[in-house]
Design a protein around this ligand. Structure first.
Ligand code: DHB
Length: 515
């Protein structure tokens, strides 16, 4: 039934990339009926060492100890801003192909549909949860290639950043869930294979879009200036009186939700709660994670460059590179004086005030609401649209909060409230939201095959979503008692591939050698 997906017929299409010592098969369709063929395909890169002279699977073992039969398979997706992604070329700056190939792993860049995908008839065909369904089809296809190309398909390791990081977490927690069968069947995915994976690397995942708006206002409470998202269509600015009041109300609503999760501190089991402002053990835990992150950074800095350099760093006596959206290039800007909230003594970093840290170091990026935007301009508004209605509201908590503002802000209420009220009973929308929220699949009644390993990294300056999001994801995974979860905040990194050089490949090597 799946003959047309067979790689045997494509043998002559393999390219040899001499510079990278690998073979490449480009743009292989991973399902029988792709609606957006440029997106529903993958690039497969195989280190030449795992191949015989005639191209058959075999070769020799690599210096990392793996062979064609045992080497893990990196499965990277390029979803950014929930926008559809074609598979990456090796030279693409968004891809980690070179890093993973140099470490001797098989590397697959898997394309997928996204929020503005169109099919051949020009009809929208990539709304939630289709990006995830596509990636699941990609996993199934790779498993179908077991033995046909090098790689242990029992060791597929997903990698993604931001919206792609969310997909990575979802691949890890929704393995073999029947909730995506309809979409898999429709695209002609390989139904006889499974789609659970071995591990998920999640960079700065934009998850839990049900609660991301409230979490954002809790995180940036009292911060009314935003630095802006020129790609989305707004620059730096100040919240309006209406959104300032809305922000306060949203921030005040968040603790009830957070506390309902009943999260516990790893090790001690202490219940993690938040109160008003920055009160509560959960806020304390977040600050501890930030302190650990700063300590790792500062101890490395001290070791590499000396104590004087650390002093300069804390004082802001250095230059840093920042992307200038107007000039469209990186520019050098003065460092930030951190002494009012960050100290470093005898190998211990201490953050005395999260609010102080947010004033100059970790700045608010987005307007309020941050995801379900008033004017539907955010990526998520389009992600939750339909083929007929491109952009939609989706946060069902906001109508009730906005109703409290009707008397004070009649004009804004007239303009915005109805849009948020209208979506409250939308069951179809609720279902499409449910299926791309990884929290619905961790420690709940959902029957899935959970990946045994997760690695979660987020930058200390990532303001695309609340730092609570990654913390909750990590804690919920840890609480299952079934998976190894490696969670760190990476100091001074923003939104992106927040990591220290070499650590991700070490992790892949370690977890893949253990089993
Ligand atoms: C991404 C960034 C965002 O701020 C967001 O809301 C969704 C996705 C991204 O970079 O993928």
């Amino acid at each position: 039934m799946y003959e047309s997906l067979s790689l045997f017929q494509q043998k002559k299409n393999w390219k040899y990339l001499e510079e990278y010592h690998c073979c490449l098969l480009e743009r292989v369709a991973y399902c029988l009926r792709p609606e957006a063929p440029k997106e529903q395909c993958m690039n497969i890169f195989v280190p030449e060492i795992y191949l015989n002279e005639d191209g058959s699977v075999g070769g020799r073992s690599y210096e990392n100890g793996f062979t064609a039969a045992t080497v893990p398979v990196i499965f990277e997706n390029g979803l950014a801003g929930y926008q559809e992604a074609e598979p990456f070329d090796i030279e693409d700056h968004r891809s980690a192909a070179k890093t993973f190939l140099e470490a001797g792993f098989v590397y697959v860049s898997c394309g997928c549909r996204g929020r503005s995908s169109l099919n051949q008839e020009g009809v929208r065909c990539g709304k939630s949860p289709l990006s995830l369904a596509d990636l699941k089809a990609g996993v199934r296809f790779l498993k179908h290639l077991s033995g046909v190309i090098p790689g242990d398909m029992g060791k597929i390791i997903s990698v993604g950043i931001s919206a792609g990081g969310a997909m990575s977490s979802l691949l890890g927690v929704t393995g073999n869930s029947p909730l995506y069968d309809k979409e898999l069947e429709r695209m002609g995915a390989i139904l006889t294979e499974t789609d659970h994976i071995f591990a998920a690397q999640c960079y700065c995942p934009i998850i839990d879009l049900d609660h991301a708006d409230l979490a954002y206002e809790w995180m940036f409470q009292g911060k009314t200036h935003y630095t802006g998202m020129p790609f989305v269509g707004f620059g730096e600015g100040e919240l309006t009186p209406y959104t300032k009041t809305l922000s306060q109300k949203m921030a005040a609503t968040y603790p009830a939700y957070f506390n309902s999760l009943g999260l516990r501190r790893p090790g001690t089991g202490q219940e993690l709660q938040i109160g008003s402002g920055r009160e509560g053990s959960a806020c304390g835990y977040l600050v501890e994670k930030l302190e650990e992150s700063a300590a790792k950074y500062l101890s490395r800095l001290e070791e590499e460059k000396g104590q004087g350099y650390v002093r300069d760093y804390l004082q802001g006596n250095y230059q840093e590179e920042k992307f200038d959206h107007q000039k469209k290039t990186f520019v050098s800007v003065p460092g930030i004086d951190k002494r009012s909230w960050l100290s470093w003594e005898e190998g211990k970093a201490r953050i005395s005030s999260l609010d102080e840290m947010l004033k100059s170091y970790h700045l608010r990026l987005k307007k309020c609401p941050a995801f379900d935007d008033l004017d539907l301009i955010q990526a998520e508004n389009q992600e939750f649209g339909t083929p007929d209605q491109d952009k939609m509201h989706f946060n069902t908590d906001l109508a009730a909060i906005m109703e409290e503002l009707v008397l004070e802000y009649p004009e804004e209420s007239r303009q915005y409230l109805k849009g948020y009220q209208d979506i409250c009973g939308d069951k179809e929308l609720a279902d499409r939201k449910y299926r791309i929220n990884p929290l619905n699949f961790i420690g709940t009644g959902e029957k899935t095959d959970l990946a045994p390993f997760f690695r979660i990294r987020v930058g200390s300056r990532d303001a695309d979503t609340s730092l609570m999001m990654t913390m909750i994801l990590a804690l919920k995974l840890m609480e299952t008692g079934k998976v190894c979860t490696d969670y760190e905040i990476v100091w001074d990194e923003g939104h992106g591939r927040a990591d220290y050089t070499g650590e991700v490949t070490e992790w892949v090597q370690r977890i893949s050698s253990e089993r």
